[in-house]
Structures are given as structure tokens and as C-alpha cells.
Design a protein around this ligand. Sequence first.
Ligand code: SAH
Length: 377
Amino acid sequence: MSTAPAALPPTPLADELAGRIARTGPISVAAYMEACLHDPVHGYYRRRNAIGRAGDFITAPEISQAFGELVGLWCAVTWQLMGEPSRIRIVELGPGRGTLMHDALRAVRALPAFRNAIEVQLVETNSVLEALQRATLDNEQVPIRWCSDMDACADGVPAIVVANEFLDTLAITQWVMRDAKWFERCVGIDDGGRLAFVERAPAADFVAPPAIGQRAHDGDVFESRSPAFAALAAKLAAVTPLVAALFVDYGHLAPTLGDTLQAVRAHRYDDPLSAPGEADLTAQVDFAAFTAEVCGRGLVCDGPMTQAEFLGALGIAERASHLMAANPGKAIAIETAIARLMAPGGMGTRFQAVGVRSARLAPLPGFATVDNRAGAP
Ligand code: SAH
């Protein structure tokens, strides 16, 4: 990807936000992200088909069918670990084009006892993507329903939750260090009336993690999405007494300094302020902050481990050989796609997988082999 060329005229949401800021003052980066992604009229995740070659970015299930297939088999083994309940809800957060679920359901066709127990729940806010998901999953022989919030499935049925590239969409707050003090980074307007980053005193209760505070220099940015993680954890804990979840996303293992807010439009990086509502806006996931917020409340985390380690543990090499043998004409394309998912320094290590489970469950499939806890041998 390269940086987008010449600036375009302001988007309708840019005008709306500039008006709001002129009336009531700068807004937090979290409020800006929330508006860009979820504004009921102009939000990026309300009405765009963002994913795939024709969209703004491409994701693992769109790169290789093996990704969704392995996630489907992971769900089946997780169901066995849960004691093979007669009803199991497979919840996907942010299902995109429905590709992961389509591949997952195909992979478990050979396991009728599991397939017969499945009720799928797709949690999606984007009506355009929901329509695509309905078309992709039209012929599946399992009950599927849609909702815009995970709360809608809090009815006690054991649940397996999967989410690829969902955590990176949750709103972040940013702070910047100036003269040994933290200021909150906000979105205001400049003298020309254009959206611009500005700084203001942080909330009275703001405290940076000590390791971060000690390392920060003038101009360094610290970001956090702890409130969003805490809200997600509360929902996971409330969905049912028996839950297992798999999150795969890009990010870092320890809290770090740096501005990772990024806008992507038509496969190019863009200025996060230049096209609100028309570019995808995400930020790296801090997996240490995620596990710190999610563990507790009766939930335990497994991992994180790199996407390459996780897919390797689930048998991606065997799956690739099988696919290549069955489709010799496509062998090179299959190999190239899988190499992209596993690439060291690329998706294989930039993406991490983390499991979340009810405390009474054993470690989730794929995670049992690696112990990333501090002090682990
Ligand atoms: N998992 C898919 C898509 C990732 S893009 C894939 O791997 O291809 C992020 C997805 O999350 C989109 O489907 C988007 O519409 C959805 N989304 C973003 N915020 C959401 C929210 N708060 N609730 C539900 N879905 C959301």
C-alpha cells in the first residue's frame, strides 16, 4: 500500500463533525472513531462493502478458504471440549462478507452431530455487509440469525464466539506527552475550519501504565481501548455460563508507545482525518490490555500466540497439501495464499490469536502447546 494522493473535498461527515466541534469543542479520538465507523447515516461500517479486492482492505478469510475451514474445525473441537452440548451457538462478531462462516460450515459437514447442534448468530452493524452475508449463507442447512449486538443472544445457550479483525475497530483514546505531562489527543478544527488534531488536559483519573510513563518522551503517543475491552468482556461473561471465544487481530503483545490510528481507503493508507466515514479506521490491538480487561469475571485467556503458530497448530500445512492435491490446477495460488497468512514479518506474526473461555473449560484447541505467560518456561 502507498499513501493516498491529493486531498479530496470534505466528506459529509467531516462537515457535520466540524459543525459539532465549532459548537461544543474538540472531541476525543474515541468519539471521532465512533462517528467515522458507526454514525447512523455516514458511518463507514453502516453502509459500505469495505472488504475484498474491490473494497478497501483484504482479510485472512478472503485470502484463503483454509482460514475459515480451520476456524470451523476449531469450533468443532471446542464444542467437544465443552461436553458436546445438544445446542451450541456459534457467534461471529463482524462477519464481513460471510466468507469465514461459509468456509467454517462447509468444513464441519463431515461432523453431523456438531452441525446438527449449531445455531449461528451473526453480529453485524453494516446493512450492506449483512445483505452480502445473507446471500453467501443462503443455502446453509443450519439456523442463522442476525443482530447488531451480542447482547441479543444472552439466553443461556452455550456459545462459541469467533471474531477476525473485529477488535481493531473498537474505539481508542490517545494521549500525547508534552514537557513530561500527558495531554489527551483530540480532534478539533484548525484556522481554515478543517479537522485537525489538538491537545487538552486529560481526564482527572487518567494514569498511564508505569512502564509506559517511564519510557515516554516528548511527542510520544499512548493509546488505550480499555473501556471497549471491558464492555466486550462484560458481554462475553453475560452471554451464557459456558463460553469459548477466538479473537484474531493485528497488534502487539505488550503496551507500547506510538500512534497506530490508521485509515485505509481503496487499499491505500490515508490521513485518518481526511475522509471521515469513507475510509476504514482501525488501530493496533494491545493484547496485554485485552487479556488484562477480559480475564476475571469467570473468564480465562489462552495465548496470545502468533497467527502462524496458531494456524500451524491447527494443521494448516496438512490442509494446504490436501487442497493442493484436490485442485492441482490451483496449487500455486493455494500455496501463495497460505504463505501470505503465515508470512514471518507479515500476517503470520503481525496478527495474533487469543482464546477466551469459561474458567471451568480446559485450554482451547491450538493454544495448549504454547504458554506465553510471563515466567513460563
Ligand atoms: N471478520 C471479517 C470482517 C472484518 S472487518 C473478515 O475477516 O473478513 C470488520 C467487520 O466488523 C465488518 O463486518 C464491520 O461491519 C463489523 N463491525 C464493526 N464494528 C462493529 C460493531 N460494533 N458491531 C458489529 N459489527 C461491527
